[in-house]
Ligand binder design. Sequence first.
Ligand code: PHE
Length: 330
Amino acid sequence: MKTWYEAIESAQNVERIEEIRIAIFGKKGELAEAFAAMKNAPDDQKASIAKELNEHKNALGVLLSERKAVLQLQELEAAMKAEAIDVTLYGPTPLRGALHPVMETMDRIVDYFVSMNFSVQTGPMVEDDFHNFEALNLPKHHPARDMQDTFYFNDQMLLRTHTSPVQIRTMLQSKPPIRMIAPGSVFRRDYDITHTPMFHQVEGLLVDKEGAVSFANLKFILEDFLKYMFGDVNVRFRPSFFPFTEPSAEVDISCIFCGGEGCRVCSKTGWLEVLGCGIVDPNVFEAVGYKDVSGYAFGLGVERFAMLIHRVGDLRSLFEGDLRLLEQMR
Ligand code: PHE
């Protein structure tokens, strides 16, 4: 019996305490055996043996539960230490969505023209020959149709190659004066570092009474717009050709990479082409039945603006959905 005292004191875990308890107090434990053996003892010793055994029983019972309580506490503390959570540590940052750089650029462009009282119009992406070409002074077999590599469904239906058909739809649906922009996707059979088969344009059209709209008006608003988009740049109008405008111009800004000195991006010219524009061709007004009016129109590629603003070299990378790249453009 006596050796148990030390065994209990030196037990190192709750499991060991339980083993000891069973060895002493179990049905076949040492106490049960000792009490059973008592019947063979001489009668006059039975009382003192019983007394001694009961004293051990009480003392060992108390010692066991005290030691068990101490060990339980130790084990609990060890477990808490091992499983502790450091609430001051940083967790992984959850991914947050954001506007795509192209849409962000589009919003900025739209914001400018809305602030200038232009309304926002939309039209279908699946267009017909009349709205996309014919009414825009691009009759069948006109060589200028080659400027736009078209996705055709059949003779009549196609994916719009520019947002200019929205000019036609808007003029057919309303009466002058008109002040509209048309942002949207357009489609061309093209794929290289500066072309993707789908891209975005913003079209602009202003129509008012005959003689009320001049090239100077067009020049003023586009210069103001380009300074709003690119900051303090020089703007230059270069004679060009579009079937639906006459006269027509392409508009350049001084290169935002080299400041106009000439670099790889501007092909050493010091200028970057950013949009097309002109005075609406009388044939366009005739196609929609407008008389005694004058107007200007312009069109620009949103991706081109986004590439310049975010300094992206390859247009296709805007559409690959690579989050690492897109996040750099925040
Ligand atoms: N539609 C022309 C294009 O896609 C752009 C443009 C629009 C030019 C309006 C002049 C006037 O290239």
